[in-house]
Design a protein. Structure first.
Length: 212
């Protein structure tokens, strides 16, 4: 690319199943000019009633629903892959997408899928991570944005944000404070990955230092 060329926007596809607050935070970062070089191409849900889908429609973004209930995973995922390709999506962002992806989906977007998880991985993978951390008596909690591979909550870590667990916390207040960190972490991770200034060495995500 010559110095006169402008890097085209990275087109992201959002997958969600519910509330969609992480999606809204990403959309808000883009709108506020804090997430340069990125645009949301499509928002896909596997749940027709997902509030996140309504939020996407209100903002005027393209949406698609592929109901997953009772459907075979690979067949359902093939529809999502086709839709993401149709919208020329380069980076898939799971934002509260509550269904395991098939190996075919992971392979179709190898190292191009991000997920956000409300714990400091590898601690507390799986469901209700905030409650797991609270009940375990962890003194630090937080969130992780990571690449998705074939294992649950497992791929290379891009960004983590940690907070202390306060004496006054309960599982609900802890989850709320973690969520506030999630909303910052996801945009930060997307900005980094979209810049393409990184490499993955084994499990390690390493940022390339820009000259100057
Ligand atoms: C978040 O806590 C996220 O870490 C987890 O699912 C939740 C989704 O929340 N994967 P929202 O739908 O983005 O509000």
């Amino acid at each position: 690319m010559s110095s006169l060329d402008v890097k085209p926007l990275t087109r992201i596809g959002i997958l969600l199943s519910g509330r969609g607050s992480n999606f809204v935070a990403i959309a808000e970062s883009i709108r506020a000019g804090q997430l340069r070089g990125v645009e949301i191409a499509v928002v896909i849900s596997n749940v027709a009633e997902a509030p996140g889908l309504e939020a996407a429609a209100r903002i005027g973004l393209p949406t698609a629903v592929f109901v997953s209930k009772g459907r075979q995973r690979a067949e359902h995922d093939a529809q999502m892959i086709a839709c993401l390709r149709e919208y020329n999506v380069e980076l898939v962002c799971l934002a509260g997408y509550m269904r395991l992806l098939s190996p075919e989906f992971v392979g179709a977007f190898r190292n191009r899928i991000l997920n956000i998880h409300p714990s400091l991985l590898p601690a507390f993978p799986g469901l209700d991570a905030q409650e797991q951390a609270f009940n375990y008596g962890a003194k630090a909690a937080g969130c992780t944005v990571h690449f998705v591979d074939e294992e649950l909550d497992h791929g290379a870590i891009v960004v983590q944000r940690a907070i202390p667990v306060l004496e006054t916390d309960d599982a609900r207040t802890l989850a709320a404070r973690i969520l506030a960190e999630e909303h910052v972490a996801y945009s930060e991770a997307i900005a980094q990955v979209a810049s393409e200034e990184y490499e993955i060495r084994g499990r390690r995500y390493v940022r390339r230092m820009l000259p100057g």
